[in-house]
Each structure stands twice: as C-alpha cells, then as structure tokens.
Design a protein around this ligand. Sequence first.
Ligand code: UDP
Length: 329
Amino acid sequence: MTLRVLVTGGAGFVGSHAVAALLARGDDVCVFDNLSTGHRSAVLPGARLVVGDLADHAAVDAVLADGAWDAVLHFASLSLVGESMREPMLYLRTNVGNGLHLIDRCIHHGIGRFVLSSTAALFGNAPPGAIGETAPIEPGSPYGESKAVLERALLWADRIHGLKSAVLRYFNAAGADPEGRLGEDHRPETHLIPLVIDAALGRRPPVQVFGTDYDTPDGTCIRDYIHVSDLAQAHLLALARLDHGSVTYNLGNSAGHSVREVIASVARVGGRPVPHGFAPRRPGDPASLVAASARIMEEAGWQPRFAALDEIVRTAWAWRVAHPQGYAD
Ligand code: UDP
C-alpha cells in the first residue's frame, strides 16, 4: 500500500534518506523544511518541497490541510547536544514548541499516524551496557530533554485522541546513501565521522578527540553508529507497525565504538593516517551510548544492511570524496 506522507525536516540528513526510502516504495511524499540546516538538493526528484517554518502556524495549517495525509514524519528540529548546553532555552523553546504545535495540529486535521525522531540523548549517563526501550529517561542535555517532552506528549495524544505514534530513538546516525545521491552536510559540521574523514583528506585541521579520561576501555566516548539508510528503513517498518498500536524503538547496531576506533576505521577505509589531537571533554557528552535494538527486529522485522562500522564509514567516505563542497546549494 502506498501512502501520502508529510516529512518535516525532509531536506536534512536523516530526513532526506527517509524520503529516499519512501519514494523507492512509491509513496507520495511532501517535504516541509525551512532549509535552515537542510538542503534543497537533498530533496530527491519525486518529492514535493514546501519551504516553510514550523513556527509559522499558518504555514503548518496550510500544508496539513493540503491533503489526506496518511502519516507525518517529524524530523525537523535542532539536534546538537553541545549547542543545547550553550543555548538550553533555544532548544527547549524550538523543539518542544514546534513539536507540540505540530502534534496538536495533526490531531486537529485528523491525521492518524505520527513518527518522531527521538534520540539516545534521552538516556544521559546510562550505566554501562546496551540500552533498551525501558531504560530510565534521564536526559543529559536540553536537547535530550526536548525529545523526552515530545515523547510524553505523544503518549497522551494516543490515549486521549488515538494518534498512533512511532518514537524512534536514534543512536549515532552516520554514513550516506549507498547510491551516492545523498550524504551528510552540516554547516558547521560537528559530527565525528565527517570531521575525521575531512581531516584524513587534508580538508580540515586535525580532528580533536573530546576527552580521553572517560570510564571506557580506551578513555574516549563510546557511541553506537547506525547507517542512515538502515535508519530510514526503520521508519517504514515502524509506520507499518502502527496498525497494532503505538511503538517506541531504540535504534542502533547494539555495538559501541570509541572515538579512537572511529579514527582507526577511517584510516583503514581511506588507506591513510588521520591527523588528530586531544581536547577536553565536550559538555553534555555521556561516556557510552549503545542501543539494545532487539525490539524493532522482533516486532517489525528490521535488519540493518550496513551494521559494520567500516561499511558505514565507507559510504560516508565515498560521498565526501565525490562532494568536496557538500551539496551545491
Ligand atoms: N567527538 C570528538 N571530536 C569531534 C566531534 C565529536 O571527539 O570533533 C566525539 C563526541 O565527544 C562524541 C562522539 O564523538 O563522543 C560522537 O559525537 P557526534 O557529535 O558525532 O554525535 P553525538 O554523540 O553528539 O550525537
């Protein structure tokens, strides 16, 4: 069955890959994006782009009224842990304010299915080990807090209004479209894998490792990197699962890699050393975030295609080599 889907933030990194997955199965896709961090050319031909801001309530109502939407996928948000530690109220006001308003208007317009991009940053300094869906929510940053509020709101939207939702808690999205059409292009870039790749390519100064005194085997932070196309596929499967009721899934590869291991992977894949140095910890960074993702595998049949770190890095490397300046626009 093909769906009519509205994708907020569909010009961004994860959103654009989700749009690619929706288009590939023949869905009718409309992207709503203010292009503040997204890119016009990250919206593949086949999807309609409405340039608009979620804070513009008239624009939100106009797009929601513009069709019988089967689902809204909500990616558009501020998403940097470090920035949220400097601008907490900006993060809470923007992410919570825009998100609550969108949920409210979806209910008003009779939309039955909603997918929220949530985050591992909900879990703050979780005890060592893989984190399942029932782990306590104790955000370590205003960014994580903003998503926690939206998760709670969706619970009530279901209980009272019957809005079915999929809450997808991304661990570290990385990699690029295996067909080479889409990739990661944040400005400024703050994410580890693209920075490490650019350092290896000599396009940036040496990458700085933030903290070497964490309570981890090599002293650097451990993250669970998940390929963005695997993440995109999870959205399709979670959407289908909503016929059985709302769901919450933690999405990673159930394997952690330290910052030093990421640097080693890029050196292997790129076949050259990675110039790097060492810097203090970045505020808000938990020592370790690793997903337990069995639930979505068992309930929705999700299977990652690019589970190995080197495979993830390989697709990211290919995109950055092919697009030295990122997207054209
Ligand atoms: N990191 C780093 N140097 C950088 C950027 C990131 O050491 O220049 C570390 C960061 O502290 C974290 C991991 O790499 O432990 C992943 O950070 P990223 O910003 O990519 O994603 P996040 O975990 O914040 O979502």
